[in-house]
Design a protein around this ligand. Structure first.
Ligand SMILES: *[C@@H]1O[C@H](CO)[C@@H](O)[C@H](O)[C@H]1NC(C)=O
Ligand SMILES: *[C@@H]1O[C@H](CO)[C@@H](O)[C@H](O)[C@H]1NC(C)=O
Ligand SMILES: *[C@@H]1O[C@H](CO)[C@@H](O)[C@H](O)[C@H]1NC(C)=O
Ligand SMILES: *[C@@H]1O[C@H](CO)[C@@H](O)[C@H](O)[C@H]1NC(C)=O
Ligand SMILES: *[C@@H]1O[C@H](CO)[C@@H](O)[C@H](O)[C@H]1NC(C)=O
Ligand SMILES: *[C@@H]1O[C@H](CO)[C@@H](O)[C@H](O)[C@H]1NC(C)=O
Length: 566
């Protein structure tokens, strides 16, 4: 109480026009893994980015639902970038409210996004603490290279309430995940001996996936239909490794098949001897290697593990300014949802809402820690509080889990899945999720939010994928393998739609949920306790129909194509 009054008082001193401070976001404790080292230097300068409230996010949401729902009059009449901008940009009142606040406080905001929804301000820590009733402290985390400044609480002067959605970085504490699913080097292999990942020698290759899901090898014809794989955190995709991969595993197509580089936030893609990242190579090899003939882009976004939320913000703001964006965007990165905090997660997710409305299918890996997020921390195995992963938990993305084995495929133990604590269950999935919730025994020990958005939506194989890194052959597993596989399937369907003079699939989920029972193979066994936790630890079980391990199951290409064309 004293604390709050003191801060209100300070805000009155600094900003004569300011009303009372209104709490915007707070954490009750320092997030686990982070260590606090006391107050940041008052004279240190920080740059904060401020999200100005969209003029009509509710209108955009309604429009997107209509555009994406089969049978509606404007089904798949995707919007232009200016159409989306009209919903997503701040209103003149919002711009002037923030402008008045900035000039009253000697700030000079810079607009940093094409829709005008982001501005940045640079100011001393002492001033940021006063203006936003914050207490910026120095924090470290064993897996971050250096200290970071964060605050456990951030408030808005009352005249900004309703005009500002995010002030960042403030209460987001995002640390890197240590990968849980190991890659293994193998002797140079060719086309898989068994194509069965439940066999320890069974290897997954593009040919296996084509056979398993009915994916055509016939090249795509439509040059306008682009499939993009994102690269974050200095993961670079190697052109030479892709050529070697194609020579080995797609001898039926030219090994000069490659990708184009597109960058945001000063992203790069160096091609030196050890620059290639196994994540970026996996994403590029299982898009260029499966989406035969589809133009593939590597969208390399600058920034580091420290600035992952900024990289996600800027992926959307970059595409907001592009006239002819890719029609599929595949991303195999994520973090525990709670690390972002509600305001940051909501802003990122609303960015995908805008991309979906433009006709972009935004596809995410569902995470590799089963019900316990992306972690390698075996101390969490006995903790029955489930940790959802974001952006997989955003209702405007399609999240992809992992299976292994054949006849039948099963959910793999690490397939990320669960229920969001930020986003409520969207209408398109309410019935499907309700069916699953009925299968959970009343004495179920897992603690999760049954009103939240359930994920993943779909799955594909995700174990023993053969890839090439630095000229050597490795086996990789993870939902990181499944996302580009599913994205490639969607890109090939888009190619056939464009060739038939039809619009691309765009935001997929309302369509998928309405047709999945006849276009996916239901996966009904598996327990997602994670790669490191014992199988006896509490987790979800796959079930008949949708479940938070594999969604509706694995795609049947010809059936999905027929539904898309119909
Ligand atoms: C900031 O404050 C610290 C400690 O009060 C002082 O040592 C340092 O010189 C100051 N730096 C600048 C740029 O004023
Ligand atoms: C690509 O194919 C050509 C001709 O088949 C072959 O000579 C070359 O070695 C291949 N490149 C790689 C990187 O495997
Ligand atoms: C990109 O590089 C330019 C020029 O060096 C710099 O001004 C800008 O701040 C950088 N942007 C980001 C997001 O790093
Ligand atoms: C379980 O994990 C959650 C999330 O990290 C944490 O808030 C909670 O304190 C943990 N409980 C125990 C008993 O460790
Ligand atoms: C559960 O999810 C809803 C959104 O569906 C959210 O509003 C609520 O805060 C969440 N509860 C907890 C305890 O996180
Ligand atoms: C999870 O599945 C993988 C692949 O089958 C296996 O290697 C790993 O040992 C499993 N983990 C546990 C704890 O059973």
């Amino acid at each position: 109480m004293t604390f709050f009054r003191l801060l209100s008082f300070l805000s009155v001193v600094v900003a004569a026009s300011a009303g009372p401070m209104v709490l915007h976001e707070r954490r009750t404790a320092v997030p686990s893994g982070f260590v606090r080292h006391g107050a940041a230097l008052a004279n240190q300068t920080i740059t904060l980015r401020v999200a100005l409230t969209a003029s009509n996010v509710g209108g955009l949401e309604e429009k997107l639902t209509s555009l994406a729902t089969p049978g509606s009059p404007d089904f798949r009449q995707w919007l232009s970038k200016d159409d989306v901008k009209a919903f997503a940009s701040p209103s003149p009142e919002t711009v002037s409210a923030f402008g008045a606040f900035a000039s009253a406080n000697g700030l000079t905001p810079k607009v940093i996004s094409p829709n005008g929804d982001w501005v940045s301000i640079t100011l001393p820590v002492s001033k940021a603490n006063k203006l936003f009733a914050a207490e910026f402290d120095v924090f470290t985390h064993p897996s971050l290279a250096g200290p970071i400044l964060r605050t456990l609480s951030v408030s808005l002067p009352s005249e900004l309430v309703g005009h500002v959605d995010v002030i960042h970085p403030t209460t987001a504490f995002v640390a890197p995940d240590v990968p849980v699913v190991p890659g293994r080097r193998i002797a140079t292999a060719g086309p898989a001996p068994s194509c069965d990942t439940s066999d320890p020698n069974g290897i997954i290759t593009p040919t296996c996936l084509q056979d398993l899901y009915g994916i055509p090898a016939t090249p795509a014809t439509e040059t306008s239909n682009i499939l993009a794989a994102t690269g974050y955190e200095s993961e670079f995709a190697s052109i030479a490794d892709l050529a070697q991969f194609l020579t080995l595993l797609r001898p039926d197509i030219s090994n000069t098949t490659t990708f184009t580089l597109v960058t945001a936030d000063n992203g790069t893609n160096p091609q030196g001897p050890f620059d290639a990242g196994s994540e970026a190579n996996l994403d590029i090899q299982y898009t260029a290697g499966i989406a035969t003939g589809v133009p593939v882009q590597f969208l390399s976004v600058g920034g580091s593990v420290l600035t992952f939320p900024d990289s996600l913000f800027d992926t959307s703001t970059f595409l907001d300014g592009v006239d002819n964006p890719p029609s599929v965007l595949s991303t195999s990165y994520g973090r525990i949802e709670s690390a972002f905090g509600a305001s940051v997660a909501t802003k990122i997710c609303n960015g995908y809402m805008g991309l979906g409305a433009r006709g972009i299918s935004v596809i995410f890996a569902s995470g590799d820690g089963g019900v316990r997020g992306n972690h390698d921390d075996s101390s969490l195995c006995a903790n029955n509080t489930f940790l959802p992963v974001f952006p997989a938990s955003c209702p405007y993305v399609t999240s992809v889990g992992s299976t292994l084995g054949f006849a039948p495929e099963k959910a793999i133990n690490f397939t990320g899945g669960g229920f969001s604590n930020v986003f409520p269950s969207p209408d398109y999935q309410t019935a499907a999720v309700a069916g699953f919730l009925e299968t959970i025994p009343p004495d179920f020990a897992g603690i999760f939010n049954s009103t939240g958005r359930g994920y993943p939506d779909v799955a594909t194989q995700g174990w023993n994928f053969e890839i090439v890194v630095d000229g050597e052959v490795f086996l990789e597993g993870g939902t990181s393998a499944s996302a580009p596989t599913f994205a490639s399937i969607i890109a090939l369907i888009n190619d056939r739609l464009v060739a038939a003079g039809k619009p691309v699939l765009g935001f997929l989920n309302p369509f998928l949920y309405s047709t999945a029972s006849s276009t996916f193979t239901d996966i009904t066994s598996g327990h997602n306790s994670g790669f490191v936790c014992p199988a006896s630890s509490v987790a979800f079980d796959a079930a008949v129909g949708w479940d938070p391990l594999t969604g509706f199951g694995t795609p049947v290409f010809p059936d999905l194509l027929a539904a898309a064309l119909g």
